[in-house]
Design a protein around this ligand. Sequence first.
Ligand code: 5GP
Ligand code: ZN
Length: 111
Amino acid sequence: MSCIFCKIVNGEIPSNKVYEDDKIIAIHDLNPQAPVHVLVIPKEHIACADDINESNCEVIGHLFSKIPVIAKELNLDGYRIINNCKEVAGQTVMHLHFHILGGKPLGEKIV
Ligand code: 5GP
Ligand code: ZN
């Protein structure tokens, strides 16, 4: 499997971990776009948000239940959650992940 995030999940590629449990990891982004830029990643390989379905969606609820825990760990008061779904929307790593951005006032607009 040539997926970068699968390699990070199984330890083949090192990462700066913020949080880990049996279902998800959160790591600092290699190329941060804000003072705090963390990626929350399900360990299971799901390519993108468009591939979430009834049989694999449990991990998504779990992941979102841990975002406040991760945000607290990072001392974030508020934050933006972003998911890029497929190449046309800017997804460059085809393993589902949610960006958590914060550490400064972000403004109201995303695009
Ligand atoms: P996307 O554009 O797919 O939504 O986001 C992919 C993110 O993964 C980018 O922000 C990029 O900087 C980050 N990224 C790519 N490769 C690595 C890596 O090997 N380690 C870490 N920590 N982040 C990565
Ligand atoms: Zn993967």
